[in-house]
Design a protein around this ligand. Sequence first.
Ligand code: G
Ligand code: G
Ligand code: MN
Ligand code: NA
Length: 249
Amino acid sequence: NALELDLRMAIEGGDLQIAYQPLIDAPTHQMTGVEALVRWNRPGHGPVSPETFIPIAETSGLIEALGLFVLRKACETAKQWPELRISVNVSPGQFRNPAFADYVRYVLKQTEIEAKRVTLEVTEGYMIQNPQRTRQAIERLKALGVKVALDDFGSGFSSIGYLRQFGFDRIKIDRSLVMDILESDSQREMLQATVALARSLDIPVTAEGIETEEQAIAVRLFGCDTLQGYFFGRPMPADQITERLMQAR
Ligand code: G
Ligand code: G
Ligand code: MN
Ligand code: NA
């Protein structure tokens, strides 16, 4: 269909943009990293959300090329920010590919970025179906020196069991869990319990979707070491990240 065709052309032409959202160190409120988020401005139509086009890329065989583009571009861009870590989302279709770790190694070499600065964010969907393969894939990635984070934790069938068996370096608490912590006792208790469990396994925790200072204070108190959300910065063009770094110096 037309959307798929346009997406294919955008990927082939390198006509996708990447926005970067600050990742904030909770104790100091300093920006210590960014998450890369792909953006597509469809010619003649305007912006299309990744929530729409990522699933299309998944089912039409375009996800690998798209994922490779984002990873390479993000690593290349991050080289100008030596003080920052770079997080990149990986979709199940990429993760499923046995050659995934090989192409991550290739991109690391090509862009000459330090592996330890790179975090790959994966969601749990695929893991439930293929725990054995997931474990192998994560092992291979960690052997390259990159970090692997479990994204959107708490949004679906998350189980603390995954954290133990897969060796994630970090979990990111989904914003649906963060959203109502100040209004709802049960939401707050759920978040606290989740963070406490992760920390009992020595896994550091990022809180997503922080929109107010009160939320930032609360999740830090509960043990999240990294904060992300509109309160600290929306996803923005690379130039604006550079500007922030210059202001902070
Ligand atoms: O950036 P935004 O809020 O529009 O993201 C919507 C969804 O798309 C989120 O779940 C996010 O993880 C996902 N997403 C954004 N960029 C990428 C990407 O480069 N690759 C993959 N696989 N998912 C992405
Ligand atoms: O699935 P993932 O966690 O990768 O999704 C990341 C997306 O969440 C970002 O692309 C961004 O658009 C969105 N996001 C980031 N911070 C906030 C926030 O504080 N509030 C809301 N509503 N969305 C956010
Ligand atoms: Mn993410
Ligand atoms: Na996330």
